[in-house]
Design a protein around this ligand. Structure first.
Ligand code: ADP
Ligand code: MG
Length: 289
């Protein structure tokens, strides 16, 4: 198995001040291996963006740790962290306009992103134009980024994030403002970076199709990892305190708040509802077993 690139250990994040706290992450354990492509799914407000910002070194954990490439991000000096972020991590933030220099052209933005690399200007320009081409912006390379549409800025943001062939690409809803064809182009580019440079990818998405393309899905619910999916199969995740989040589509079978009996057997544990205050008692069924 390949090496671990990202490791979150019991990661907790609380926003706000005492008296007005929001616990956005409540103990996330999460490992990504080199070369993996992972989709982070989950309802709005679940903590996906907060988790991504931690992986990018943009937030400090309230508790727990985040390691990228064997380095604990909170232990780095500001200069070391800036270096890791510049050379190893490509980030696409949820708000497209925050990923770019609004006064510079699309081409200028992708050139600027390559400032830590030593290649010649001509070679940087070739790479920039090829990236812009692959997201359908080849024809508007000389347009000022701040004047582009949200969708164009989103595609430009991906080109910027991939400019240095990063070790780790972090993208927050990178296709949210795109039509299906542009979304396919962006996904294609992400997959290509993974195949060509071994770039490891963690992308937040609402789009089940993105999850399918990326292969591994991790579902965040209420600040925790609730479920994992691998090549189409879905699994629940048992938390370190033994908690399990039932998938929402099973809430009719075992509504939140109902009582269930945990029955151990050879391959695991079954949960059997014994009482449901809305539908009366299921005791008969229970006794019949
Ligand atoms: N800067 C902030 N200050 C206070 N609360 C925040 C802030 N950012 C996010 N939150 C809260 O943290 C929780 C998780 O937010 P977020 O990580 O953006 O979720 P998601 O990306 O899954 O929609 C939400 O309840 C949200 O309202
Ligand atoms: Mg978000």
């Amino acid at each position: 198995m390949s090496d671990v690139l990202v490791r979150c250990d019991n990661l907790v994040h609380v926003y706000g001040t005492p008296g007005a706290e929001v616990a956005a992450l409540r103990g996330v354990d999460f490992v990504v291996r080199e070369g993996e492509t992972v989709a982070l799914l989950g309802p709005s407000g679940a903590g996906k963006t907060t988790l991504l910002w931690h992986l990018a070194g943009l937030l400090r954990p309230t508790a727990g740790t985040v390691e990228v490439a064997g380095k604990r991000l909170a232990g780095l000096t500001p200069r070391e962290l800036a270096n890791v972020r510049l050379r190893q991590i490509g980030v696409v933030l949820q708000n497209p306009g925050r990923n770019l220099l609004g006064y510079d052209t699309a081409l200028g933005n992708v050139l600027f992103a390559q400032r830590p690399t030593r290649r010649s200007h001509a070679s940087k320009k070739r790479r920039a134009l090829a990236l812009l081409d692959s997201v359908g912006l080849g024809g508007v390379a000389h347009r000022v980024a701040g004047q582009m549409s949200g969708g164009e800025q989103q595609r430009l943001a991906i080109a910027i994030a991939l400019a240095n062939a990063p070790t780790l690409l972090l993208a927050d809803e990178p296709t949210s403002q795109l039509d299906p064809a542009s979304a396919d182009a962006v996904l294609g580019l992400i997959k290509q970076a993974n195949a060509e440079f071994g770039t490891t990818v963690v992308a937040v998405t609402h789009d089940a199709a993105v999850g399918e393309v990326l292969g591994r899905t991790v579902t965040i619910r209420d600040g925790r990892v609730g479920a994992e999916g691998r090549s189409g199969e879905d699994y629940v995740v048992v938390g370190r305190d033994g908690t399990v989040q039932l998938p929402p589509e099973m809430h009719d079978a075992l509504p939140p708040g109902s009582l269930a009996r945990a029955v151990r057997h050879d391959h695991g544990v079954d949960l059997r509802r014994i009482y449901d205050s809305n539908a009366g008692s299921d005791d008969d069924e229970e006794r019949g077993r």
